[in-house]
Design a protein around this ligand. Structure first.
Ligand code: CTP
Length: 422
C-alpha cells in the first residue's frame, strides 16, 4: 500500500536509527513510508543491524546516504568523519530508534557512546523516540525496565512494544509495532506546540446503528473516514486530548486519540454530553440516525410460513445531539466551539445555513452527497465551509485528511484569543 503525503512530515528531517533485531526488516518499510509521506529520512545503522538488513535496502527506499561508521569516509554518508556524529543530528526534527535493542537502550540510558548511533543520540538536541524490540523475556527483565525508567525520566518517548510470538517461538511482550503505529507516534511528537496546543477536542464519527432486534439494525452509509481524519488532524495540530466518539467499524484508531465506541444515537448523545463538559471544541462529523425503532425486539424476529408476514417497523425520533449541545453550551459555556456537518442531496447551501443557525454552530461543513467522488465511503471530499458570520468558503476536491486539516485550521482560529488592537 502506498502512503499518502502527510502535511506534518513535509520537509521534516527524521533520523532513523536501526539496531540489531530481526525487526530491522520492518524498519525498511517504515523508512519507505516516511519518505513517501514527505519526510527526509537519514538512516543510521549499527553493526548488528547490518547483519539483518543491508544499508543498500534503506538507501534504495530513502534515496539518501545511509550512515554506518563514523571513522570511514565512505560510510559516514559524505559527512567529514570527525563530525559525523554531531553533524547528523544537527537540524533534525526527531530521532527515532526503531527497532531499539536492549543493548542500545542500555547505552542510551547510561550515556555510552561507542558507535555512530549512540554518539549521535548523545549529541542530538531534537526529541528522541525509541521503539524497543527484543525477544523472550528481555523486555520484561528488571534491568531493561530500569533502563526504560531512566530514559523516560529524561524525556525520551518510549513506544510500547506489542505482545505476540517472537522469532524464537517464545510468546511475550517485545515485538516492534507495525509501521502505521510507529508513524502515529512520530506524528504526536512532531505535532507538539501546534495550533491546538493544550486543547481538548471531541470528534464524533460514523453512522449510528439503531437496533431492530438482537441481530438487525438500521444504519446509513457513513464510513467514519472524515471523522477519523479530523481526529488525526487535531492530533497533528498538537491537541492535548482528542476524544473520538465512534460509531464507525473497522477503522484503525489514530495514535493518541481516546476512542469511545458507541452504537446508537442515544449512546452517542450520552457520550458527547460526558466528554464536552470541559472541551474546547466539538466536531460533529457523525451521521446520526434521525429515527429509531420504537420497540427493540428482545428475540430475533422470525419469519413464519405465511408469505406476507413482514413486520411493520414503527419508528420514533432520536434526540438531536447538536440541539442538546446548544442548550448545554448556553448553560455552561462548553464546548467553546461547535462544528456541524450537513449531508445534503439538494439545496446544499440554503439547507446547510439553515441548520447552522438552528443548531447554533460556529462552522458548518456542507457536503453534497450526490457527488460520486465526495461524501460517503470514498477517501476524497468536496465541501463548503459556512461560518456563523455569514462567510462561505468552497474547497476543491481533496483528501479527507486535507479537509480535516482545513477544518482544524478554522477551529484553531476560532479558539485563538482575539489579537489585541494597537
Ligand atoms: N445531528 C445530530 N443529531 C441528530 C442528527 C444530526 O447532532 N439526531 C448532527 C449531525 O452530526 C450533523 C448535523 O447534525 O453534524 C446535521 O446532520 P444532518 O443529518 O445533515 O441533518 P439533520 O439535522 O439530521 O436534518 P435532515 O436529516 O432533516 O437533513
Amino acid at each position: 500500500m502506498t502512503q499518502q503525503k502527510i502535511t506534518l512530515f513535509d520537509n521534516k528531517r527524521i533520523i532513523l536509527g536501526v539496531t540489531g533485531s530481526i525487526a530491522a526488516y520492518k524498519a525498511v518499510d517504515l523508512a519507505s513510508k516516511l519518505t513517501q509521506a514527505g519526510a527526509k529520512v537519514d538512516v543510521l545503522m549499527t553493526a548488528a543491524a547490518q547483519k539483518f538488513v543491508t544499508p543498500l535496502a534503506f538507501q534504495s527506499v530513502t534515496g539518501r546516504p545511509v550512515y554506518t561508521d563514523m571513522w570511514q569516509a565512505d560510510s559516514s554518508g559524505g559527512l567529514p568523519t570527525h563530525i559525523a556524529h554531531v553533524g547528523l543530528a544537527e537540524g533534525a526534527d526527531v530521532l527515532l530508534i526503531a527497532p531499539c535493542t536492549a543493548n542500545t537502550l542500555a547505552k542510551i540510558a547510561h550515556g555510552l557512546a561507542d558507535d555512530l548511533l549512540s554518539l549521535t543520540t548523545l549529541a542530538a538536541r531534537c526529541p528522541l523516540v525509541i521503539a524497543p524490540a527484543m525477544d523472550g523475556g528481555m523486555y520484561e527483565s528488571e534491568v531493561t525496565q530500569f533502563n526504560l525508567r531512566v530514559v523516560k525520566g529524561r524525556g525520551v518517548q518510549v513506544i510500547e512494544p506489542d505482545e505476540g510470538r517472537f522469532a524464537s517461538g517464545l510468546v511475550g511482550k517485545g515485538r516492534l509495532p507495525e509501521t502505521p503505529t510507529l508513524i502515529g507516534h512520530l506524528r504526536r511528537v512532531l505535532g507538539r506546540g501546534g495550533t491546538l496546543n493544550g486543547r481538548k477536542i471531541v470528534v464524533t464519527a460514523g453512522g449510528t446503528r439503531e437496533a431492530i432486534d438482537p441481530v438487525r439494525y438500521i444504519s446509513n452509509r457513513s464510513s467514519g473516514k472524515q471523522g477519523y481524519a479530523l481526529a488525526q488532524a487535531a492530533l497533528d495540530a498538537g491537541a492535548k486530548t482528542v476524544v473520538l466518539i465512534s460509531a464507525a467499524q473497522h477503522l484503525p484508531a489514530p495514535v493518541g486519540a481516546t476512542v469511545v465506541p458507541v452504537s446508537s444515537a442515544a449512546e452517542m448523545l450520552y457520550a458527547v454530553l460526558e466528554h464536552i463538559a470541559s472541551a474546547d471544541a466539538l466536531l460533529m462529523a457523525a451521521a446520526v440516525a434521525d429515527f429509531t425503532p420504537e420497540h427493540v425486539a428482545a428475540q430475533k424476529i422470525k419469519k413464519s410460513d405465511a408469505p406476507n408476514d413482514a413486520p411493520t417497523l414503527a419508528l420514533t425520533r432520536t434526540p438531536d445531539i447538536l440541539l442538546v449541545v446548544k442548550k448545554r453550551r448556553a448553560d455552561t459555556g462548553f464546548p467553546r466551539v461547535v462544528v456541524g456537518f450537513a449531508a445534503e442531496s439538494h439545496n446544499l447551501l440554503a439547507n446547510a445555513r439553515a441548520k447552522l443557525e438552528r443548531k447554533g454552530l460556529h462552522l458548518m461543513v456542507a457536503n453534497d452527497i450526490t457527488a460520486e467522488d465526495a461524501g460517503f465511503e470514498v477517501d476524497t471530499n468536496r465541501v463548503v465551509l459556512l461560518d456563523a458570520a455569514g462567510g462561505q468558503e468552497s474547497l476543491d476536491l481533496m483528501s479527507k485528511a486535507a479537509v480535516g486539516e482545513m477544518i482544524v485550521r478554522r477551529v484553531a482560529a476560532l479558539l485563538a484569543p482575539p489579537t489585541q488592537k494597537e
